[in-house]
Structures are given as C-alpha cells and as structure tokens.
Design a protein around this ligand. Structure first.
Ligand SMILES: Cc1cc2nc3c(=O)[nH]c(=O)nc-3n(C[C@H](O)[C@H](O)[C@H](O)COP(=O)(O)OP(=O)(O)OC[C@H]3O[C@@H](n4cnc5c(N)ncnc54)[C@H](O)[C@@H]3O)c2cc1C
Length: 446
C-alpha cells in the first residue's frame, strides 16, 4: 500500500508493486461496445489520452452479433417520432440525440467507408448489412488516433485509494484514472461480455440503479402441442394489437409478430413489451387482444360468415369469407370452443379482438436489450455521476429502453459521444482550475 501511494505521488507512468501492476491514465473507458468506442473517439478527438479496457478478448461482440441480423444502425423517421420511441425517457434521450442523431449516425458510418440505405420500413442499414467491416474500420481508426486497447481487463470496482481494479490473465492490475467512462452494457446475452456485474459495485458507490429487466423479448403463453408443433416460427402478419398502457390508456398498434414455441415474439411484441411487462408486474398477467382482420369491420365479418356454409369446413369458410390465413384460423380454433366456432357473431368478435393472456417475459439473458440500469437522475446532463464526480456512464447500462429499429444503437452512440465529450470537458476544467490555482499561488505575496 505504501509503495502504491508513493508511486502515485511520484507520478510514475506504470509500476509494479504489491504484486499489483499500477498505471495512470488520463481517461479510462471501460467497455468496448458501441457506447464505449464512441466515448473513446469523442474524448480522443478533444485531445484526451484514452485507455480502453474490456473484459473480453475483443471489442464489440454484441455489435457483431447485431450484424448477423442485418445491423439496423438507426431509423430514417423524423426527429420527433424518433425521440418518441424512448417512451418515458423521451426528453432525456432527445437531449443526447441533438448531439448525434440518425443523420449523424449515417455520416459517421460514411466516414468509415460504409454507406447506408433506408429500407422500406424506414430502418437504416449498411449497404452490405454487416457489422464487421464497420467495426474493423472503427477500431483501426481509434488505434491510429492513439486509443490504447487493453483486452481481457475486467473491471472489479475501486480500491480504497479510488484506483480502478482490473482482473487480467496476469493477475489484478490497478489503474489510476483522472476520469472514467463506464459503458458496460446491460445484461442480455451475457456470454458476449455484458453480464451486469457492475450493478452492485455502482449501487454501493452511491449511484442509483433501477433493476435490470428484459426488453425486446418474447412473452410466454402456453399453446397446445398441436398448435406449437405445426406453427412455431410462423409469422402473424398484418394484425393490430390492442392493450392497456402503464397509464391505463387503451392503445392499438399494427404490425407483425411470430408465434413461437413458448408464446409470442417479434417486432410488434417488442414495441409494446414495456407496457406488457408492467401489466404483468402489477396484475400477474398481461391481456393482449389481436385483431386478425384489421381492414374489415366486425359487422361485415359477421355478415360474410353468416351465409350458408354447406359442406365446407370452418377452416375453408374462414379463409374464403374472412380472408384469414392458416395460422390465424388455427389460433381461432385453439382459443374458441365449438359453440363459438359455429356462431358467426362470436367468430367475428373473436377475429376482431382475440384475447391472449401473457404470463411472463422470457429471461433477460435471451432478450435483445435490457431496461433499467443507472438512473438518469443520478447523472448530470453530460452523464457524469453526481455521487462520483469524474465518473461518466453511457450506453445500454443507463435506464432507458426502446424497441428494435435502430433506436438502441443510436442512443448508445449518442450517449457515448456525450459521456466522452463530457469527460474531456471535465478534465479540461480541472486543468484550468489547476492553472488558476498555480497562478494564484505564484502571485501570492511572500
Ligand atoms: C441479437 C441482438 C441483435 C441486436 N440487433 C440490433 C440492431 O440491429 N440494432 C440496434 O440498434 N441494436 C441491436 N441490438 C442491441 C445493441 O447491440 C446493444 O444495445 C448495444 O450493443 C449496446 O451497446 P453498449 O456499448 O451499451 O453495450 P455492449 O455492446 O453490451 O458492450 C459492453 C461492453 O462492456 C464490456 N464489459 C461488461 N462488463 C465489463 C467489466 N466488468 N469489465 C470490463 N468490460 C466489461 C463487455 O465485454 C462489452 O464489450 C441487438 C442486440 C442483440 C443481442
């Protein structure tokens, strides 16, 4: 300990002591996902010397996984609609997006030699749909600009001197950093590095953390063996979901979801998942009503289904008269008893509002992203912790959520940029204050 203190006082760059290697860095960025890499880039561009640490053997593993599904980088819709995707955190996230919005994401990718296109749904992808070329170019540029990468460095917390404790294959290492950006991700897909090991450490350090929960995830509902063995993986196209939001308001949204072995998943379910999760937390289950024929009224359906069916099966009748596909018919068969199936009015009512009771979201490890995390109230507008000045947080580890559509990566980039710039400004402020103090001391009489 004495040796460690002396080394720090002497301002030595790196030293071995007490079997713990110790270094000093200006800015330590911990976590090499999109948020951490962007923080490192932003600080580096402002002249800060950055060391980036990650517990894994390489950076950006979740970013690469996202590339397997086509890497939806951002979304082309207007700013206000875009910002609304962040729900309860719309105001806070809008403030980040004003520094780095969807256009900025596209320009940034172009700067790395990757052009993007806007798909028919408004989602923005790299032309080749891949993450690897973008990540490779980005890391190469960061290396060239002087960011020092340290892989297999897992952050464990702080020691009693306030130095960072990092577990490495060669043993524990201690780093004194003037400022720190944590960009440690949430807790989905933990095998890719983000395992939320930081939650307890930050909470103990006085940084408020909202419990992590699965976001952009499927919900469970038991199906019969017949339905799941025949239709698991099949899309439920062009349906409208009706549900009650967390403020008790009736909501409706058109989209597409997928019937899975365990229940329902897909973009429509992800988009309304926060409200479904909330309903389950309060009531023990969530009620989702699906309109299987949004373009036809209940009365028109009842009339169409009311005519003489002759020898046709109910399935054929529903397909011909109500325009339903096989999966929609199978769902009606699954949920209606034989009396309702043979009653045109009951059938029409069920087609317009098929009630599905959802039991629980799938586990966080399976989710595309996490909700919860470091409460935004625990940070200032530069994402610096009130409890620990000089500590900044960015990315998915913050308490916001959004549906899929490129909104996740955009907010990770934007918050990373803000934290990196904030750290650079904070370091500069300390230098300026140091200069003023030194000047005042030099001018002091006697
Ligand atoms: C299957 C899948 C597909 C996705 N597709 C898309 C998509 O198309 N579009 C989109 O917008 N979003 C998508 N996402 C979400 C997006 O990838 C994440 O929101 C984003 O990667 C989060 O960035 P981050 O930098 O905050 O955290 P991460 O990318 O999770 O990075 C955090 C880093 O911190 C490191 N780390 C964690 N703890 C420690 C520690 N204690 N010490 C040192 N290092 C640590 C991890 O190793 C990791 O490298 C997808 C996610 C998944 C799982």
């Amino acid at each position: 300990m004495v040796a460690r203190r002396r080394t720090r006082l002497l301002g030595v760059g790196a030293a071995a002591c007490d079997h713990v290697r110790m270094d000093r860095v200006e800015l330590a960025v911990i976590g090499g996902g999109p948020a951490g890499l962007m923080a490192a880039e932003a600080a580096c561009l402002r002249g800060v010397r950055v060391a980036l640490y990650d517990g894994m053997g390489s950076v950006g593993r979740k970013f690469l996984l996202a590339g397997k599904g086509g890497l939806n980088l951002t979304h082309g819709e207007p700013f206000e609609a875009f910002a609304a995707r962040y729900g309860e955190r719309r105001d806070e996230v809008s403030a980040w997006l004003r520094h780095f919005d969807a256009d900025a994401v596209r320009a940034w990718a172009r700067g790395l030699g990757v052009d993007t296109f806007v798909g028919s749904s408004g989602r923005v992808f790299p032309n080749d749909m891949k993450a690897a070329p973008l990540l490779r170019g980005w890391v190469r540029r960061l290396h060239r600009d002087g960011v020092a990468f340290h892989m297999h460095h897992r952050w464990l917390g702080w020691d009693e001197d306030g130095a960072l404790r990092l577990a490495t294959p060669a043993g524990e290492r201690t780093v004194h950093a003037e400022a720190v950006v944590l960009a440690l991700g949430g807790a989905s897909w933990p095998k890719l590095g983000s395992d939320a090991g930081w939650v307890e450490t930050l909470a103990k350090a006085g940084v408020a953390v909202a419990p992590l929960q699965p976001s952009n995830v499927g919900f469970e509902r038991r199906w019969s063996e017949h339905l799941s063995s025949r239709y698991a993986g099949a899309p439920l196209k062009a349906v409208v979901a009706h549900w009650t939001d967390r403020h008790g308001r009736a909501q409706a949204r058109q989209g597409e979801c997928v019937l899975s072995e365990y229940g329902l998943e897909g973009s429509l379910i992800y988009a309304i998942g926060a409200d479904l999760r909330e309903q389950i937390a309060v009531q023990g289950e969530a009620l989702l009503q699906l309109d299987l024929a949004p373009h036809r009224s209940e009365s028109a359906l009842a009339e169409a289904l009311g005519g003489p069916r002759g020898k046709r099966s109910i399935g054929d009748w529903l397909r011909q008269r109500a325009g339903l596909d096989k999966l929609k018919c199978a769902l009606l068969f699954e949920l209606l008893d034989s009396t309702a199936r043979n009653d045109p009015r009951a059938l029409a009512a069920a087609i317009k509002r098929l009630p599905l009771r959802l039991q629980r979201p799938r586990p966080l490890a399976e989710a595309i992203s996490s909700a919860g995390g470091v409460r935004l109230e625990a940070l200032n507008e530069s994402l610096m912790s009130h409890a620990r000045p000089g500590l900044f947080c960015a990315g998915e580890m913050l308490d916001w959520e959004a549906p899929t559509g490129g909104y996740l990566l955009t907010a990770c980039f934007a918050s990373g940029l803000l934290a990196g710039r904030g750290a650079a400004a904070w370091l500069q402020g300390r230098r300026d204050a140091g200069d003023v103090a030194a000047t005042a001391q030099a001018r002091a009489p006697g």
